[in-house]
Design a binder for this molecule. Sequence first.
Ligand code: 6PG
Length: 232
Amino acid sequence: MRVATSGSFPRVAAGSIARALREAAREGGEVGVALAGGSTPRPVYRRLARLEAPWGRLRVFFGDERCVPPDDPRSNYRMVRETLLTDAPLDPDRLHRMEGERDDRDAAAREYGALLPASLGLLVLGIGSDGHTASLFPGSPALDEEERRVVPVEGPAESPPRLTVTPPVIRAASRTVVLARGAEKAEAVARAVEGEAPVAECPARLARGGEWIVDDAAATRLSPRRRGPREP
Ligand code: 6PG
């Protein structure tokens, strides 16, 4: 658990991700990393793009994607293209987007699942105020999926359907970094990190063993022992 100020959150989070990538690279071979979507990662990926990382050995994937075209403002791929890809020395051929726009979402999910490495060197996740992570929402049947690695799911109201990695992919990741910023995440962070709620009610609990990067506002419901020192 690393607690940052709101202002230092992008720097602290980007530093943790870069460190995890360098550590994964020391194990040799290519490094598979799956990125979180949403809005929290935007400033983090912008800073990450300028840090030292094994860019030439990365295979970049997504933890989930909205079922919209890649240039849609809601697309996680578009968000990563506008932030990480603008400055990172990453060959675009090393970035594998989920083809959420395809009519046959099941086929798109199956094909993407086959692309993923058996174990990601790093999985970057976010958390919703309802405790979801990737696009694994509370009560979703996808939480019981133990065979497939990527499945299509319905999104919450007002949101398009999604493709998402499943619990086996989260469990198999060698390293996980979870990003949480803002007071609206505080309850979900506390439930996921130290609460008793089952995964079915708080899917982000699947990432309990990861490195959590939270800002002050998202840390307010954590017990003092969990919160640890704040990073300036
Ligand atoms: C997505 C994400 C999702 C996200 C959380 C938090 O596609 O929306 O993968 O899991 O991490 O919903 O979203 P914010 O960062 O926008 O709060």
